[in-house]
Design a binder for this molecule. Structure first.
Ligand SMILES: [Zn+2]
Length: 238
């Protein structure tokens, strides 16, 4: 029963992806051609930052979710992929003031790019053609704080998260200590995840090389609500 259910989920995932792939390219081109050119990664990032500005100001858009939900039932075309921490205070759709269907979100504790996260990003890239990947860390990240503590985690699963973050902590320790260490390690960990994405996925690496995908590194400030970009537009493709 479970096996049948799993197969069903996989088939529907692949089926929707293939359907999306075969129909979305002409549909995307025709719909955008009628109104405007397909936005660049930089333009999409600017859209996300405008949404973050509304979120910070406490003036989010009001979305009519029922018609949006109905429209999306036949397929999705998210404008960006977001690799974010699972922290409950960091909901990407909320902090960028987007809605259903806008963001393909992959979340892991400490925004670590493990193989399942990479596979999820590859799926969005291959089948949904999103041109922007945002790697999003955040202030006071518990996973990074745990890695900074140097303590052994109580389970192998928790230890696996910390081990992904440890290189970032080691890098931060070369120039930061005390209270600055965690904040520096959080930024280094965003950079580390962005590096891991490219190092461990040929599909993503090729997409960046060919200009189909840009990677933006960013940190969300819990107190101000602002998302701050950590890498420059010029280095986003490196
Ligand atoms: Zn976190």
């Amino acid at each position: 029963m479970l096996r049948l259910l799993c197969i069903g989920i996989v088939l529907s995932l692949v089926g929707s992806g293939l359907a999306q792939q075969s129909s979305s390219v002409p549909a995307q081109h025709s719909s955008h051609a009628a109104s405007q050119a397909t936005p660049s990664a930089e333009e999409i990032w600017n859209t996300l930052m405008a949404g973050n500005g509304r979120f910070v100001a406490g003036k989010p858009r009001s979305y009519e979710l029922v018609p949006i939900r109905h429209r999306l039932a036949s397929g999705q075309s998210p404008k960006a992929i977001v690799l974010a921490c699972s922290d409950s205070r960091v909901g990407p759709e909320l902090i960028f003031d987007e809605t259903l269907g806008d963001l393909f979100v992959v979340r892991t504790a400490g925004n670590v790019a493990d193989s399942v996260a990479l596979g999820s990003i590859e799926y969005a890239l291959d089948h949904l053609h999103s041109p922007l990947l945002v790697v999003l860390g955040h202030q006071a990240c518990g996973a990074v704080t745990a890695a900074c503590s140097g303590e052994k985690m109580p389970s192998s699963n928790l230890q696996a998260i910390v081990e992904r973050i440890n290189p970032a902590v080691a890098q931060a320790k070369t120039y930061a200590k005390g209270n600055d260490l965690i904040e520096s390690a959080i930024k280094e960990n965003v950079h580390q995840s962005a590096k891991d994405v490219l190092a461990n996925s040929e599909i993503i690496r090729d997409a960046v090389k060919s200009g189909k995908l840009s990677v933006v590194e960013a940190e969300y400030e819990l107190d101000s609500g602002k998302v701050v970009r950590l890498n420059s537009p010029a280095s986003a493709k490196n």
